[in-house]
Design a protein around this ligand. Structure first.
Ligand code: FES
Length: 103
């Protein structure tokens, strides 16, 4: 697991872009659950930092495709998967696993 950010840097309903192991990762606080996903949409590469999050699903800012933040699977375009990362909160530290995708 790699340190990604302090919990206080990702407030409720907020997002933060970090770079971990050379990968751009978006940290998301959705109803006090922290998710982590890649920053580039698997459709045409739009930055997911600008996406809208609702009920554990992020919608891409460009064409609005939806991705489940837990599995990364697109909920409306089967076969497209946003890379997600396993997250652990240890005290005030958000840790992510860049070696494995969450599922
Ligand atoms: S670039 Fe994200 S849905 Fe098209």
């Amino acid at each position: 697991m790699q340190f990604a950010a302090k919990l206080t840097e990702v407030p409720l309903w907020g997002k933060k872009l970090v770079t971990v192991n050379g990968e751009e990762v978006v940290l998301i606080n959705d109803k006090a659950t922290i998710f982590a996903c890649e920053n580039y949409c698997p459709h045409q590469g739009s930055p997911m930092l600008g996406g809208i999050v609702k009920n554990g699903v992020i919608s891409c800012p460009r064409h609005g495709w939806h991705y489940d933040l837990a599995s990364g699977a697109s909920t409306d375009h089967p076969g497209y998967t946003l890379k997600t990362y396993r997250v652990e909160v240890v005290g005030d530290d958000i840790m992510i696993d860049t070696a494995a995708e969450s599922d």
